[in-house]
Design a protein around this ligand. Structure first.
Ligand SMILES: [Mg+2]
Length: 401
């Protein structure tokens, strides 16, 4: 599972004029207290990219001040500042020692919404770059891309004569480290390296048609302030864990004991594709009882993510409640903790941490206390009693008004 995302935030933002004279454009706010870059980072973190590197340049110290060393939705953020601009290729070369064998690259000033897990699935020797492509009606301002099957066959430069609709480079790349062998100094990966990969037949494209916004132009910055808050606000499928995601073997925590309940993987994938957040809320009294630690539950959750990633599915976040009145670990031995279902504490935390549209959200659990927690949090609770789980999820996704 590919876990590294490199976000390019070194640009000068000259097209935005005064707004970005002393501020990198990804640091501009799109809603109160939320920067554009927060939204970009959040989107990678929720797809399980937990190693995020910001490649900064212009006003890089402001980026470092805001993000260096932070943990955002489980992702650790590193900031690397280039001493001088060397183009996108040069920037990657500068970060060489930090790069994994495979990593995803994106621009910090654009949003392109699609299933990043599915995009980053199954890297192979057949290619060293995979691009997310987007069909647009007006390719003239972007330049176009042509494909045959999965292979990219040409990049056509920006030109007023380009007629749409056509595919464009959506600015999100899955790259192998091997691409660095083609870079020997300052260059643009788009203008100088990708055309070489076309000649080598080592570059492929996947088309997606989700929400797309490049906030580099003055009117699209205004557009981002109008649209991003709406786009970010998504309904959520809340899932209980034991007995809904994995077979409940009684205080299950070892990765080798993970067996999925029939239909859950495809159900989660359907929720991912429908634009839902998928968030797990699980009572883990075994921590209070000393059977295993919170770190063990994290390891178990990483195994769930790893197996889901193999089909291109993911869970956005896990909330675990380690408290129980009959514990032996003092710090977790608490009666009726507000997080422990049937209390709604974990759901309230999720509402705080994510921009969730409660109205279309629902929870699936296998115990009455799950349903009570959902009702207390003001969302629909659905009791899973062994029916077809994939269908149960799908029919409720479709039930949104
Ligand atoms: Mg359960």
């Amino acid at each position: 599972m590919i876990k590294q995302a490199i976000i390019l935030v070194g640009g000068k933002g000259t097209r935005l004029g005064d707004l970005t004279k002393a501020t990198p454009k990804p640091l501009l706010e799109v809603e109160s207290g939320i920067k554009f870059l927060d939204v970009v980072i959040e989107n990678f973190a929720r797809f399980g990219f937990n190693d995020i590197i910001l490649l900064a340049g212009f006003c890089g110290e402001q980026i470092a001040e805001a993000y260096k060393g932070k943990n955002i939705h489980g992702a650790k953020i590193r900031v690397i500042i280039e001493p001088e601009p060397q183009g996108t290729g040069g920037a990657l070369l500068f970060a060489r020692e930090f790069l994994d064998n495979w990593f995803v690259v994106a621009n910090g000033d654009s949003i392109f919404d699609f299933n990043l897990r599915e995009f980053a699935k199954d890297p192979s020797d057949d290619f060293i770059a995979r691009l997310a492509l987007r069909q647009v009606p007006d390719p003239a301002r972007y330049g176009a891309v042509t494909i045959e099957g999965d292979k990219i066959t040409a990049f056509l430069e920006k030109d007023p004569s380009l007629q749409g609709p056509a595919l464009i480079n959506g600015g999100i790349y899955l790259l192998s480290r091997n691409v660095l062998d083609l870079i020997d100094g300052p260059c643009s990966i788009e203008a100088n390296i990708f055309p070489k990969l076309v000649e080598m037949e080592k570059i492929e494209g996947q088309e997606y048609n989700g929400y797309f916004l490049d906030m580099g132009l003055p009117d699209s910055y205004a557009q981002s302030q109008r649209e991003i808050p709406v786009w970010r606000k998504k309904p959520c499928l809340f899932l209980d864990r034991d007995g809904v995601i994995n077979v409940d073997k009684g205080y299950t925590y070892k990765p080798e004991d993970l067996s999925f309940i029939d239909g859950i993987e495809n159900g989660i994938m359907a929720a991912n594709e429908a634009g839902y957040y998928v968030i797990v809320v699980t009572n883990q009294a075994g921590v209070a009882r000393g059977y295993y630690t919170l770190k063990d539950t994290d390891t178990f959750h990483a195994e769930i993510q790893e197996r889901l990633a193999s089909i291109g599915a993911h869970i956005d976040a896990f909330y675990s409640c380690p408290y129980h009145k009959d514990g032996i670990i003092p710090e977790y031995t608490i009666d009726n903790h507000p997080d422990r279902k049937p209390n709604q504490g974990m759901l309230l935390k999720a509402f705080d941490d994510w921009s969730i549209n409660k109205e279309n959200s629902f929870l699936i659990g296998d115990k009455d206390h799950d349903i009570t927690a959902a009702e207390r949090a003001g969302i629909k609770g659905i009791l899973f009693k062994g029916q077809n789980l994939e269908q149960l999820i799908k029919e409720n996704l479709n039930a949104k008004p």
